[in-house]
Design a protein around this ligand. Structure first.
Ligand code: AMP
Length: 282
């Protein structure tokens, strides 16, 4: 694996592959890699000739400075993991390399997708995501880029950005990778203590129960039921739970045939914020 920290050198390296008509797959990450990230890389490897992974903790997408400071940084281990899957290229730029001196976000209009859920509770988050992903796409010029459904709203927003800005890249969504007990893999899971880690699978267990209820009950009743389940829990505090139309991400009142729905949740375990979601069957 070749490691680049400078965009100029990476661009030169990748232009050689492009000249040979080779396709580039790209997996942007914030590091602290786990099997969920590796599943995206493996997908990219099946479909493209050369795979670039970026590890960059993007400051502009954090609405709380403390969360940015405490975000796990494990570059040595990340490199080891990337080598186990024979990743071709790692791009690990500094903040200055991406932003120069001006560490601010561009403002985006994602047709309202940015105001729901994560956007509502993390102000400016999706402007930060859009800014960094657009910058990384300009540097890597990938044919295909891979994103996890774990961050379903982010995946929708990236697709919207590509469409609106007419970027020449195909966005591929990948299924959520989970621990054996159902907890969605996340870099933030490493910050959980033992007691918190043991409690966290409650999130997915509750999502699965909500999915079952959705076949027979109205969305608003299920939303109340889920919120109540968390009120009773000693370690987990719900920030939001909603059942939304996959296309608009708007909370629904009643099901309509032919539409796709998903339940979305954000939960605090102590000060650690975890998100998850599940596809619902009508
Ligand atoms: P992050 O490093 O958390 O910014 O994630 C980088 C990419 O990996 C994003 O597209 C995430 O949606 C994806 N990802 C993170 N966790 C998982 C998971 N458990 N399963 C699948 N994809 C994931």
């Amino acid at each position: 694996m070749i490691v680049f920290t400078e965009k100029k050198a990476l661009k030169v390296y990748l232009s050689n592959f492009k000249a040979q008509n080779k396709t580039i797959g790209f997996v942007p990450t914030m590091g602290a890699l786990h099997q969920g990230h590796l599943s995206l890389i493996k997908k990219a490897q099946q479909k493209t000739d050369i795979v670039v992974v970026s590890v960059f903790v993007n400051p502009t997408q954090f609405n709380k400075q403390e969360d940015l400071i405490k975000y796990p940084k494990t570059l040595k281990n990340d490199i080891k993991l990337l080598e186990t899957v024979s990743c071709d290229v790692l791009f690990n730029p500094s903040v200055e390399e991406i932003y120069s001196e001006n560490i601010v976000s561009e403002k985006f209009d994602f047709d309202g997708l940015e105001h729901k859920m994560e956007g509502e509770f993390r102000e400016g988050h999706f402007d930060g995501v859009g800014t960094v992903v657009k910058a990384l796409f300009e540097i890597v010029s990938p044919n295909k880029a891979y994103f996890g459904q774990k961050d379903f709203q982010q995946l929708k927003i990236i697709k919207k950005m590509v469409k609106k800005h007419r970027l020449n890249v195909k966005i591929k969504g990948c299924i959520i990778f989970r621990e054996e007990d159902g907890l969605a893999m996340s870099s933030r899971n490493t910050r959980l203590n033992k007691e918190q880690r043991n409690a966290a699978p409650f999130i997915y267990k509750t999502l699965k129960k909500a999915r079952k209820k959705f076949t027979v009950e109205n969305a608003d009743l299920i939303i109340d039921w889920v919120k109540n389940q968390f009120k009773k829990h000693p370690l987990l505090t719900i920030e939001y739970f909603t059942i939304a139309d996959e296309k608009t991400l708007k909370t629904i009142k009643n099901k309509e045939s032919g539409k796709k729905y998903r339940a979305f949740i954000a939960v605090f375990v102590g000060e650690i914020r975890l998100i998850d979601n599940i596809r619902l069957k009508n």
